[in-house]
Design a binder for this molecule. Structure first.
Ligand code: DC
Length: 244
C-alpha cells in the first residue's frame, strides 16, 4: 500500500550519460519526421531503422531481383549497405552510392516487409543501429526499438494515428496537395494491409508513452517528446539534472 509510485519518466542523474529515445509505431504514423525534428531540437543523432531495412531491400533487389530469395543471399546483399555520418544523421549507401529515391520507391516498399521478416536481416539491422548509437545521444525510430533493439531506452514513445489520417498525411506528402476522399480510402486500405504484414514486428513496449497524433500537429508531437526528454534530464524545461 505504501510502495512509492515509480516515476512516469525515470530521471537521468549523470549529465554525461548518452540518452536513447525510442520512437516506435505503425507505418505512416510520422515516426521518422518526428524523430528527425526531435533530434534536431535536442542536438541528438537521428537513426531511422526502417531506412536500413529499405537500403537492404534495395541492395537485394539489385543483386537478386524480386523473385525467390534465400536468406544467405539476402544477407550478403545487405552487407553492401553502409552509413555515412552527415549532420547528426546517417545517409545510407549501397556499394557506396546514395539510393534515397530507390529506397522510398514502389519496388522497395512492396518487398521490404519480406526482407524485414528474416531473422538474420533483423539481427544485422539491430547490430548496425546499436553500433551507430554507441557513445552518442540518439533518437531512433522503427517498430521494435523500445522492445528489442533498446529495451533499456531512457524514453520510449509509441506513436499512433487513425489509419485514415495516416493515409491522408502520406498522400499530401507524396502529391503535395490535398487528396480526394477516394484516394484516401484506397491508400488507407494499402496502409492497413502493410500494418498487417508488419504486425509481428510492431510492438508497443509496456513502459512506452503512447501518443495518438490523429489530432496533433507535427509541432505539437515534437514539443511533447522534447518536454518528456527535459523531464528525463531533470526538470521542467531545465536541461541539467536535479541534485541527487
Ligand atoms: O518505417 P518504414 O516504412 O521505412 O519501414 C520499412 C519496413 O521496415 C517496414 O516494412 C517495417 C520494417 N521495419 C521493421 O520491421 N522494424 C523496424 N525497426 C523498422 C522498420
Amino acid at each position: 500500500m505504501n510502495q512509492p509510485t515509480p516515476p512516469y519518466i525515470p530521471r537521468i542523474r549523470d549529465p554525461a550519460t548518452p540518452i536513447v529515445v525510442a520512437i516506435d509505431g505503425p507505418a505512416a504514423a510520422g515516426k521518422s519526421s518526428t524523430a528527425r525534428w526531435v533530434a534536431e531540437r535536442l542536438g541528438f543523432y537521428h537513426i531511422d531503422s526502417g531506412a536500413l531495412y529499405r537500403a537492404a531491400t534495395a541492395a537485394v533487389l539489385r543483386a537478386c531481383g524480386a523473385q525467390q530469395w534465400n536468406e544467405p543471399d539476402v544477407l550478403t546483399a545487405a552487407q553492401r549497405v553502409s552509413a555515412r555520418d552527415e549532420r547528426r544523421s546517417f545517409v545510407l549507401l549501397v556499394d557506396g552510392v546514395e539510393l534515397e529515391q530507390e529506397m522510398r520507391g514502389g519496388a522497395v516498399t512492396q518487398n521490404v516487409s519480406r526482407v524485414a521478416q528474416m531473422r538474420g536481416v533483423r539481427d544485422w539491422v539491430n547490430a548496425q543501429v546499436r553500433s551507430l548509437a554507441t557513445g552518442r545521444s540518439v533518437v531512433v525510430d522503427g517498430r521494435d526499438i523500445g522492445t528489442v533493439v533498446f529495451p533499456d531506452a531512457h524514453l520510449k514513445i509509441f506513436l499512433i494515428a487513425d489509419p485514415w489520417e495516416r493515409a491522408r498525411r502520406r498522400l499530401i506528402q507524396r502529391l503535395g496537395r490535398s487528396p480526394a476522399d477516394q484516394q484516401i480510402a484506397e491508400e488507407t486500405e494499402r496502409l492497413v494491409q502493410r500494418d498487417a504484414r508488419d504486425s509481428t514486428q510492431t510492438v508497443q513496449a509496456k513502459d512506452a508513452v503512447l501518443i495518438d497524433t490523429t489530432y496533433l500537429t507535427q509541432e505539437e508531437q515534437v514539443e511533447r517528446i522534447v518536454a518528456l526528454v527535459k523531464v528525463l534530464k531533470g526538470g521542467h524545461g531545465r536541461t541539467t539534472p536535479d541534485k541527487a
